[in-house]
Design a protein around this ligand. Structure first.
Ligand code: SF4
Length: 236
């Protein structure tokens, strides 16, 4: 990345950090996935001292190597809801129990310039944990998730993020064929629960609410602003 782009992103990150901090989020900016992994493993987890840990869907969590490291930890209870070896009923129960872990790690579908997190979830365990339950929540955010406002986030998530995730997950929903949301009623529909996290509840009883830590880091993936939001496509 050229120096001028680094300078541009640094300005944007600092502004977004300040906005998110006004909304009571704790924010860390790192230079890339490796530094983000070091931050989580070397600082945030030791600070949180969790007795139990789990996670929700996040490509960044996998790509950074955090998942490969944390799933083998022996110094805390690990509720690995990504484990392909466990049965569907076991996974369901793990997801339920994961809502009460000490530390939950996830991603977000979008963060707005006004410091709001916008998410659309299939099962609801990810947005559930983001909202309430775990003592602490870490949200990993690449710069490709930065969107100007909630309206743009809603449009982009439904017409770009969701169809792309359907393709990634190899589901057979109609958007996998057309590239647009078709408002399907598929049993494998991944778009079921929206949340907009405007602010982190900062009350005194911090141990009983989610402490969300957020940081942005350089992502190899596309900047969201290069993706034009497409009009909602309706099946005929
Ligand atoms: S509602 Fe259905 S068609 Fe639309 S993006 Fe979600 S899974 Fe795809």
């Amino acid at each position: 990345m050229g120096e001028y782009l680094k300078h541009f992103w640094n300005l944007r990150f600092q502004e977004l950090k300040s906005t998110l901090e006004v909304n009571h989020f704790e924010v860390h900016i790192t230079s890339g996935k490796e530094e983000a992994k070091e931050l989580v493993l070397g600082r945030l987890i030791p600070q949180a001292s969790p007795k139990s840990i789990s996670w929700g869907g996040s490509v960044t969590f996998i790509d950074s190597g955090l998942y490969d490291d944390l799933k083998h930890r022996k110094d805390m209870e690990v509720l690995d809801t990504f484990d392909p070896q466990i049965r569907a009923d076991e996974k369901y129960e793990l997801r339920r129990r994961a809502l009460l872990v000490d530390l939950f790690i996830t991603g977000t579908n979008a963060v707005t310039d006004t410091g709001k997190l916008v998410n659309l979830d299939m099962i609801g365990n990810r947005v559930g944990a983001l909202t309430f339950g775990p003592r602490e929540v870490i949200v990993l955010i690449g710069r490709n998730k930065i969107i100007s406002d909630v309206d743009e986030a809603l449009m982009r998530i439904k017409n770009y993020v969701a169809p792309a995730n359907v393709a990634r997950l190899k589901k057979k929903n109609p958007c996998a064929k057309t590239g647009y949301c078709e408002e399907c009623q598929s049993l494998e529909r991944i778009c079921n629960s929206w949340t907009i996290t405007e602010n982190r509840f900062p009350g005194d009883e911090l141990k009983s609410c989610s402490l969300t830590r957020i940081w942005d880091f350089e992502s190899d993936r596309l900047n969201a602003r290069s993706m034009e939001a497409k009009p909602l496509h309706t099946a005929t």
